[in-house]
Design a binder for this molecule. Structure first.
Ligand code: GAR
Length: 207
């Protein structure tokens, strides 16, 4: 059984999707063993507690810089004997220390079709605001491995979601979550735990 540690900062609906998938037996070969939050008041922590999953809070505010914060998170991940790190609405940037410690063992869910609407500043509702401003008719979600490049690691799964007339960022966010994120993230996590993802020439392939 691979040990999955989920990093969160907010509401934790993606964490909930993972918990529900695990309960349905859809995370083959893995189980969520710990949830780490960058914010003490993240509702995601409640979701973990309600499901008997151990939690840790490593408040971003208590660290002077990205390097010292990354070291604290990396040390916690090593202590937890983590096999897979999942960024599920984790809104804090970590540097290359953690990537070196967990190469191709960290995945992130992003609420758009990478390489569009991604990189620095594109997180949460800001992504959907930018999508609506651009006038594109299709958006979606991407699950990818985390590398040194923000939102630039090998893509594992993507799903497209239509943009509708009259959408607000909130309405679009909900559609992207329901139709893409909450399905793709548990699927990608299960594929990893089943050893079905390989990296060749910097790309991820599902075999
Ligand atoms: C999700 O839409 C996730 O894709 C996004 O934040 C939301 C978190 O919701 N993540 C990013 O924008 C990271 N770049 P949740 O806490 O309910 O899972």
């Amino acid at each position: 059984m691979k040990k999955i540690v989920v990093l969160v900062s907010g509401g934790g609906t993606n964490l909930q999707a993972l918990i529900d998938a695990e309960k349905r037996g859809e995370i083959k070969g893995g189980r969520i063993t710990c949830v780490i939050s960058s914010k003490p008041d993240a509702y995601a922590l409640e979701r973990a507690k309600q499901n008997g999953i151990s939690t840790r809070v490593i408040p971003r505010k208590e660290y002077a810089d990205v390097a010292s914060y990354t070291k604290a998170v990396t040390d916690a991940l090593v202590e937890e004997e983590t096999d897979l790190v999942v960024y599920a609405g984790f809104m804090t940037i970590l540097d290359e220390q953690v990537v070196k410690a967990f190469p191709y063992k960290m995945m992130n869910v992003h609420p758009a079709l990478i390489p569009s609407f991604c990189g620095k500043g594109f997180y949460g509702l800001h992504v959907h605001e930018a999508v609506l401003e651009s006038g594109v008719k299709l958006t979606g979600a991407t699950v990818h491995f985390v590398t040194e490049v923000c939102d630039g690691g090998p893509i594992i799964l993507q799903g497209a979601v239509p943009v509708m007339n009259g959408d607000t960022p909130e309405v679009l966010q909900k559609r992207v979550m329901e139709q893409a994120e909450w399905k793709l993230l548990p699927k990608a996590v299960s594929l990893f735990c089943e050893d079905r993802i390989t990296i060749r020439n910097g790309r991820a392939y599902v075999d």
